[in-house]
Design a protein around this ligand. Sequence first.
Ligand code: FAD
Length: 555
Amino acid sequence: MKKKASLSSFDRASIVEKLQSRYYDLVIVGGGITGAGIALDAASRGLKCCVIEKQDFGAGTSSRSTKLIHGGLRYLKQLEIGLVREVGRERAILHQNVPHLVHPKQLILPIIENGSLGGNSTSVGLYVYDLLAGVKREERREMLSKEEVLAIEPLLNEEVVEGAGKYYEYMTDDARLVIEAIKTAASFGAQSINYTEAEEFLYDLNQKVIGVKVRDAFLEQTYSIYGKTIVNACGPWVDTLREKDKSLKGKHLKLTKGVHIVVPHEKLPINQLCYFDVNGDNRMIFAIPRAKVTYIGTTDTFYENQLERPDISQADVDYLLSAVNFIFPQIELSKEDVVSSWSGLRPLIHEEGKDPSELSRKDEIFNSETGLISIAGGKLTGFRKMAERVVDQVIVELRKQFGHSIELSETENIRFSGSEDEATNHPAQFIEDLFKNYHHLGLSHEQLKELFYKYGCNTATIVASINDIDRERADSIEQKLLLAELRYGIEHEMVNCLSDFLIRRTGRLYFDRENLAKIYPFLLDEIALLFDWSSEQKMKDLEEFEKEYKAVLDF
Ligand code: FAD
């Protein structure tokens, strides 16, 4: 096995040196789930590869999704039988390989008067879906009468609800799935780096692409990375890169924006995931309880503005509030109840005359005459299979040009970082064991559970390092744990700033914003100390984080 690549932010300068001096089999531009998945597939097949990400890992669409590993029910509606099978299988593989991040949750599909779903068609549809997607016996669909569904979800609108389908979806944490994929790829030698933008492609005399000129935002340094093959996995930016390559012809992307809003769980205290019709629109949205909050989404509208921070309008919020207030009429949610939000862009393939929700979610590979391979479309759920298809193609190219041998994808059987220990298949027992091992530190079950569902078995590394935290830096166990988590992020997950830690590594901006004001000045002091920042650097980071902190309520 290749030497493990570093993901420590303290090693940035030496990582940059390495990237400049190596000749890679594969250079991947884009560090969302697509790029991370490709790196894992390629590195585990023995290819020397790297990932270049211009923002933080997952900062594009891959931290802004509904955070579900879907079973592919919507594909059944479109009669895409092969896809239902593939997606169902992918879901099972991800659950097996990343149990700390992909886990089943019960979902209610209310049948409503004059709604888009009829009782009989839902029953038959879910039955066929269970068979096609290979759903486990204990997770198969059940049809509920009006009385039964109101007993388990009493807030539903009893005037219109006629019954429900009950089945399972798998919840995840998209940004953490990206970082765990990046870490797993690193264990096979793949080098990844964030805050490094591919500014232009480099070509040989035959106009074949041979590398990328990149700019490191932290070291303020421009340099070149060379590779035998180059993949563009830039999600919503795929066409921007194809344009740089002068190969933007034929099919192109159509972006649609999806907004989620977050309310405290006590404001929408539902007991399970609900997926329901938007009254008067031919669409459905989710309401998803998660720890202290419930999040609601998503919208689906065409988008043509700047890509880095898609805005959230009053109309987006009103659309979601009105849908949720119709199906749960007792709660009367208003704009003032919203405590956070996010907005993401779906990188879909353009199809003439179709509405946003009708555009296919299928992925597609574009091959340029320069040799640049671009991958667009798809879903978080299908990333492993997408990666396999891209790397299959890369390998054919490497064989043709450089005589590489063909290795088949092995990712079906690779357990991710945090899930290497098979004991993570049994979360309750794993958390109990952690509690027994570390209760002398004064940690609660709740704290350990929260850590487990982010870091899996790496929780033990974080907790064990609490003893190394200087008593002068933190006096309570909460503060010590926070600093231990931060240090883990810097040393193992390339955390460079407050936003990396509070938004993508821990999701606190979305799921615990109300408590952030108490902790972020303290965390900023620690980051500044660890990176030896000047007061200007510290101020800049604070301003950048506060921009994000305010933006989630700016609509
Ligand atoms: P991205 O995550 O956007 O990654 C591309 C990366 O490329 C970005 O991080 C960007 O910074 C980087 N980049 C761009 N230009 C450059 C450059 N020049 N140099 C270096 N890096 C560059 N799928 C599901 O399976 N389940 C869901 O529940 C789900 N919900 C969704 C809800 C919404 C609202 C949206 C928008 C999507 C949802 N999806 C879902 C789809 C899924 O999120 C996306 O398909 C997936 O995240 C796309 O990942 P990606 O890596 O292709 O793109």
